[in-house]
Write a protein that binds this ligand. Sequence first.
Ligand SMILES: Cc1cc2nc3c(=O)[nH]c(=O)nc-3n(C[C@H](O)[C@H](O)[C@H](O)COP(=O)(O)OP(=O)(O)OC[C@H]3O[C@@H](n4cnc5c(N)ncnc54)[C@H](O)[C@@H]3O)c2cc1C
Length: 401
Amino acid sequence: MAIDFAPSEEQRLLVESARQFLEREVYPHEAEVDRAGEVPEDLGRRIRERAIAQGLYAANMPDSVGGGGLDPVGLALLDRELGKAGWALRGYVGRPSAILMACAGEQRERYLRACVRGERHECFALTEPGAGSDAMAIATRAVRDGTDYVLNGTKHFISGVGVPDFAIVFAVTGTDDLASPAEAGFAKAGTPKGPRKRISAFLVDRGTAGFEMRRGPRCVSYRAYNNFELTFADCRIAAGQMLGEEGRGFDLANEWLADTRLLVAATCCGRAERVLDMAVEWAATRRQFGRTIGRFQGIGFKLADMATELRAADMLTLNAAWKLGQGTLTAADAAMAKLFASEMLGRVTDHAVQIFGGMGLMDEAPVERFWRDARVERIWDGTSEIQRHIIARELLRPRET
Ligand SMILES: Cc1cc2nc3c(=O)[nH]c(=O)nc-3n(C[C@H](O)[C@H](O)[C@H](O)COP(=O)(O)OP(=O)(O)OC[C@H]3O[C@@H](n4cnc5c(N)ncnc54)[C@H](O)[C@@H]3O)c2cc1C
């Protein structure tokens, strides 16, 4: 069986188109937006409009709903290129949450297709102050009341470009019926967690009474990428706002998490390539002790390690994307790509700061921004520790008695 690592002509053109787009529309504004901690509205709108015009918008969504219809490898290559830009601006080159494919009936036009067209955009609201890595611990509840659900609870660290038009909110809608009397007895005696929660997803529009969206604390990574705190106080929504089936919200979230873990991995590879390029340029031109610093083994070896690790992360990421396309991707495959690529980016950006010396910490050279931005990649969409748990579980499970 032949293994072909060469991108197709179509993939090459796609990446080239994204490269030109970033150089023209995004890179010139990056430093200023980061400094201000804010994206001016007209700049965000312009990037969105031009991304739509260039066919880069919603490239992750199937063509059956008006998206780009890219296969997972093509998408990983595009995410890698777009990932060279920070989330504050790149976020406007929309990539609607794949979970919206679960929209049914009237939801499809109002939420799914409107997001694919770039008319509306969403945020994904799972994390809570008391439930981060342990997402099953969420306390936001949705209680059925006639034809409505009434939501109460708080979400935090919820990212979004601009101000999202609606939130995909995860809430507890009950607990699973206990399957057997034996299980019931066990639960009554008190398991550490009690009966399994039924978690459902809901589409909640901004402006719904009882729903407030407030800016959260400022994050050092991707400074101008917003994060919000969402509160629901007796927020009443129609039962038709449920996304997918009752009690299946977590399955939807898990589907989405595999996709975003590959997105994080591809992004980290793109950003590492950009930083490596800056570091090579600096090391090849900065002179100390009468020669360029790249000629010192201490610096040259760093560059060699950075390039090697980047290549390895690329291979891992593209392999995982290829497996997704083949229908053979496991949770551990996606976790390995996310874990390795995000930790690689941490090392690469740290080496880059060292290679730049004092200039590496000044905001005149963009290296410090990449270094700061890289930090969140090991935390969001499942921390490195959680990725390791997933990988270890997949290794151990078949042999455990
Ligand atoms: C900038 C930013 C944007 C975000 N955007 C979103 C968003 O849009 N939507 C959303 O729902 N969430 C979002 N998040 C939340 C993110 O997914 C969580 O921060 C992440 O899952 C970790 O949860 P936590 O911060 O509560 O940390 P905790 O879960 O409290 O973890 C703290 C530390 O303990 C470790 N730890 C926890 N459990 C274990 C364990 N079993 N074994 C070993 N170590 C463990 C963690 O790895 C970590 O090092 C965002 C976060 C950030 C920082």
